[in-house]
Design a protein around this ligand. Structure first.
Ligand SMILES: Cc1cc2nc3c(=O)[nH]c(=O)nc-3n(C[C@H](O)[C@H](O)[C@H](O)COP(=O)(O)O)c2cc1C
Length: 129
C-alpha cells in the first residue's frame, strides 16, 4: 500500500519554544503510532517544518487538526503526494532543533520543496486544462 507524505511549514508563537515542541513531539508520537503515522518535526528560529507520512486519510486529518492549533500559525503545505515508502519509518514523531550549522540546509530544503510543489501544481493545472 502507498504512503502519503505531507510536508508543511509554519511559524511558531513565542511560547512554543524548543522545550514545548519537544513535548508536543513526544505526545504526538503516541497518537501518531496508533494511526500509523511517522515523521519529523524541525524547528529553526521561528520556523517549523513537519513531515507527516502514513495512510492518506490519517495524515490529512491530523494535518487539519495541527493547522488549527493556535500555538503556531501560517501553515503552508510545501509538498503532499503519494510515495512508495516512508522516509522516517522508525520515528513516530522525531524532534530536532536545527542549529547554526544546519540553517543553510534547512532553508535550501524549504526552497527546494517550494520549487517542487510549484512544479507539481503547474503539472496539475496542465492536466486539468
Ligand atoms: C507544530 C505542531 C505539531 C504537531 N504535530 C502533531 C502530530 O504529529 N500528531 C498529533 O497528534 N498532534 C500534533 N500536534 C498537536 C495537535 O495540534 C493537537 O493539539 C493534538 O492532536 C490534540 O488534538 P485534539 O485536542 O483534537 O485531540 C501538533 C501541534 C503543533 C503546534
Amino acid at each position: 500500500m502507498g504512503v502519503y507524505q505531507l510536508i508543511y511549514q509554519s511559524v511558531r508563537t513565542v511560547d512554543l519554544d524548543a522545550k514545548a515542541l519537544r513535548g508536543i513531539a513526544a505526545e504526538s508520537a503516541v497518537r501518531n503510532a496508533a494511526k500509523g503515522i511517522t515523521g519529523v518535526l524541525l524547528m529553526q528560529g521561528d520556523s517549523i517544518l513537519q513531515v507527516l507520512e502514513g495512510p492518506e486519510d490519517a495524515v490529512r486529518s491530523v494535518y487539519d487538526t495541527i493547522a488549527q492549533d493556535r500555538r503556531h500559525h501560517g501553515c503552508v503545505i510545501l509538498f503532499a503526494r503519494q510515495t512508495g515508502r516512508r522516509s522516517f519509518d522508525s520515528w513516530t514523531m522525531g524532534f530536532c532543533e536545527v542549529d547554526e550549522d544546519g540553517v543553510d540546509h534547512f532553508r535550501m530544503t524549504i526552497s527546494a520543496l517550494r520549487a517542487r510543489q510549484m512544479q507539481v501544481s503547474k503539472t496539475t493545472r496542465k492536466l486539468a486544462s
